[in-house]
Design a protein around this ligand. Structure first.
Ligand SMILES: Nc1ncnc2c1ncn2[C@@H]1O[C@H](COP(=O)(O)OP(=O)(O)OP(=O)(O)O)[C@@H](O)[C@H]1O
Length: 446
């Protein structure tokens, strides 16, 4: 019988119980993790993609009222209400079972258990867990898509949307090119939502924010004992996206060794966890994004040409906001609505909308959104004044003499000076993520 791809966590202070439950369940499920103290539940859940928990009701000797089990059931539900919990007790008090079920436990098992019954209960809980996860993903996606405004009056952006509509339902690899803050993530989610995988996971992996050491373990997963900190088997982010879409962001930042790994993964659709020999087949659609000029990088020998041609089956260039000024009004109104609601303010009006038209928005939509949010927080008398001068370029500076790269460097240097090296404030003012700012500082040697 093929094992089910599922991770079961067993929590009991009796090592014999842990051992026998593990041996039995390992026959049916890919991963079984055991811990001997409920205090380890939260860290274990944080590190693993657990599908079902088998939880003992009584941990301290002499305390057999099941209160500890109920306490931990509540703690688990606070972290993740979608993980089914099966409670175990040697004392078959019906009242306790009913209370646990009322509080959201999925099932109740009496010790010593009947192996067949244990399997049936865990197996059903795995199916429930999968359904819960899918529902959650779908709900998250619905909520997130209403957070965006994809209507566009810009001819360049209309072309982008037309292409996206055509390619989204296919399984083609897509490469999204565009400056920071132009909406690459938003569009990647749109592609997933409009594909046949929309009930499956959408996993965003920011390659720029992972250190080289962590990269392989995070993405590819590992077997217990593969390295010092590998206390349990763990699936990586890519495996967790099986059936769905992986959005690999900032692909231009990959080291040559990691480029090779990603190339193999895309070519073979097979993955091997660190410390394991077994290959796992994956059914995944890939979307890639970068703000770097990949052609230039491969001409300079910094990006593998074969990888470039693998990932760009469809290549889509997202215009910067300064090249789609037709959308300024729409997007601004959308953000005003959003933040009026959030900060409980009403009927706000722009005092200086015209200034937006003359501004070059180096941080693109992210910068527009942040500027509007900030202005709404500070608004008085129903007026919004976008303090664009708050952005780290002063109006008096002559930018026209600089090329884009020089301008970027100057803005970053100014922002760092203005915010006295505070990365959070500088990145917010620039409309960049902290990781993107760090990368640019490294690039310009700042
Ligand atoms: N069409 C849109 N409607 C509403 N908000 C948008 C839209 N596009 C982008 N945004 C907002 O702009 C911000 C930046 O978008 P996103 O993260 O998709 O850009 P990005 O190109 O992936 O940026 P980076 O390259 O820096 O990661 C987000 O906060 C997002 O909410």
């Amino acid at each position: 019988m093929r094992k089910k791809e599922a991770t079961i966590l067993i929590v009991d202070d009796d090592e014999d119980i842990l051992f026998s439950a593990r041996v039995w369940l390992k026959k049916f499920f890919e991963e079984v993790i055991t811990i001997n103290s409920p205090k380890k539940i939260i860290p274990t859940l944080n590190e693993n993609n657990v599908d079902v928990i088998l939880l003992d009701m009584n941990f301290r000797r002499g305390f057999e009222d099941g209160k500890e089990g109920l306490y931990w059931l509540k703690e688990i539900q606070e972290i993740n209400k979608n993980i089914p919990v099966i409670l175990m007790t040697a004392y078959g008090e019906v009242e306790l079972a009913v209370e646990a079920l009322k509080k959201g436990a999925t099932d109740f098992i009496l010790k010593p258990w009947n192996n067949e019954k244990l399997y049936a209960s865990v197996n059903l809980a795995v199916d429930i867990s999968r359904k819960n996860k899918k529902l959650q993903q779908w709900e998250n996606l619905q909520t997130s898509l209403t957070e965006y405004n994809l209507e566009t009056k810009s001819p360049k952006m209309q072309d982008v949307m037309k292409t996206l509509k055509k390619v989204s339902p296919t399984d083609a690899n897509i490469l999204l090119l565009g400056e920071n803050g132009t909406g690459k993530f938003v569009l990647a989610e749109y592609i997933h939502k409009n594909s046949k995988r929309n009930n499956e996971p959408f996993v965003h992996i920011d390659l720029g924010s992972l250190s080289e050491n962590l990269f392989e373990a995070e993405l590819f997963g590992y077997a217990k004992g593969a390295f010092t900190d590998a206390k349990n088997d763990k699936a990586g982010k890519i495996e967790n996206a099986n059936g769905g879409t992986v959005f690999l962001d900032e692909i231009g930042n990959l080291s040559p060794q990691l480029q090779q790994k990603i190339l193999t993964l895309i070519q073979t659709k097979k993955l091997t966890r660190i410390g394991e020999n077994k290959e796992r087949f994956l059914d995944i659609r890939f979307i890639f994004a970068t703000n770097a000029d990949l052609k230039k990088l491969f001409n300079e020998g910094k990006f593998r040409e074969d990888l470039y041609y693998r990932i760009n089956t469809v290549e889509i260039e997202i215009p910067p906001l300064r090249e789609r000024k037709e959308d300024l009004q729409n997007l601004s109104e959308f953000f005003i609505q959003k933040y009026q609601k959030k900060y409980a303010k009403d009927n706000l009006e722009f005092e200086n909308f015209e200034e937006l038209n003359n501004y070059h928005f180096p941080g693109n939509i992210r910068e527009l959104e942040h500027s509007i949010e900030r202005a709404i927080i500070l608004s008085e008398d129903g007026k919004i004044n976008l303090a664009l001068q708050n952005n780290p370029i002063s109006a008096s500076e002559n930018l026209t003499s600089l090329n884009l790269e020089e301008m970027e460097e100057k803005m970053i240097a100014n922002a760092l000076k203005k915010y006295k090296g505070n990365i959070s404030l500088a990145s917010e003012a620039l409309g960049l993520t902290r990781a993107s700012l760090y990368r640019r500082m490294e690039k310009f040697g700042l």
